[in-house]
Design a protein around this ligand. Structure first.
Ligand code: ADP
Ligand code: MG
Length: 307
């Protein structure tokens, strides 16, 4: 149906909202990145993001423990702050609960929320409570980054090497999507030692998110199929590109920095950094280079809430 959300799609809708909004100059980065960047002090910019989990879409009560639901709701926001190269500071939690839900269940959700808060130094400072048909958890989070140093999706340059942290695919089946560790340590290490041109977190799948990064950077990309770090022997390239909910980092470095990263001593406790391709001109589009060196277009695989 024309004019329906199904026809517009999630990304079409966000583009429509974005076109209709004009911000003050103190908004350094508005809609379109993992978090907004706001002018704050002489030394620091503020990061601001929100993410909502809806029962039945992001988790199922029979497959996820309440602790995991709480963990995930907080962790997805920490992941977006990390993707900007920042540190999370404070969060508010808005909750919708069905009225037959047990208090014990809610206590466990909060144990999960607090576990992430404690691990990453995020203060839980408020929220809102409502009755809802299904469990809904919306977290909004603030973070900080050195003034002018937020790493956006838009900074990739032609010739850059594209990297991902960790391993991709199968996150829902393996349960990783409920218990993942946001890559704050990796993002901080990268920001401290390299000039990261562009970065985002992988929520919708590499095959979809690489389009977000290249669109923001007005560039194209070639992903090398043999370079994709699949998360298990049973995970195909299609799954690694399309499954989503990896919550790994996708970032780009100049060739010089890419070589430095490849030669750097691995740091204990950090995920490995895997080169997966390179940034090319926009007119070359986004393609997958297979083992036999043929290229095929990567359609926007990955998740759209309305399709
Ligand atoms: P992420 O997966 O990193 O959280 P999304 O794909 O959800 O990012 O959103 C992309 C961008 O669009 C973000 O900058 C987000 O803040 C913005 N956005 C998403 N939904 C809305 C909305 N309903 N109104 C305004 N901005 C939105
Ligand atoms: Mg994100």
């Amino acid at each position: 149906m024309k004019n329906s959300l199904r026809a517009l799609g999630e990304f079409g809708l966000i583009a429509m909202i974005r076109r209709s909004i004009k911000n003050k100059p103190s908004v350094r980065v508005g809609i379109g990145d993992d978090a907004a960047v706001l002018s704050f002090t002489r030394r620091k910019d503020l990061l601001f993001t929100t993410d909502m989990l809806v029962e039945g879409r992001h988790f199922r009560r029979d497959r996820a423990t309440p602790f995991e639901i709480g963990w995930k709701a907080m962790a997805v926001n920490v992941s977006d702050i990390a993707a900007m190269g920042g540190l999370p500071t404070a969060a508010v939690v808005s909750a919708g609960f069905p009225k037959d839900l047990s208090v014990g269940f809610i206590r466990e959700i909060y144990r999960g929320l607090k576990a992430v808060s404690r691990k990453f130094g995020v203060d839980l400072v408020g929220g809102d409570t409502n009755r809802a048909e299904t469990i809904t958890l919306s977290v909004a989070m603030l973070g900080e980054v050195r003034r002018g140093k937020a790493i956006c999706r838009s900074g990739a340059k032609i010739g850059d090497v594209i990297f991902v942290t960790g391993f991709l695919g199968g996150s829902v089946v393996s349960g990783k999507h409920l218990k993942f560790t946001p890559r704050v340590a990796e993002a901080r290490y990268l920001a401290r030692h390299f000039k990261v041109h562009a970065m985002m977190d992988l929520s919708d799948g590499l095959g979809s998110d690489i389009h977000r990064l290249t669109e923001a950077s007005r560039a194209g990309a070639v992903i090398s199929e043999p370079g994709i770090p699949v998360s298990g022997v049973k995970i195909s390239t299609e799954q690694a590109l399309g499954d989503g909910e990896d919550f790994e980092l996708l970032f780009t470095l100049s060739v010089k920095d890419a070589v430095r990263l490849a030669l750097a001593r691995p740091v204990a406790g950090l995920q490995p950094f895997h080169p997966v391709g390179k940034i090319v001109s926009a007119k070359e589009g986004v393609t997958l280079e297979t083992k036999d060196m043929t290229r095929r277009k990567i359609r926007t695989l990955g998740f759209d809430h309305f399709r």
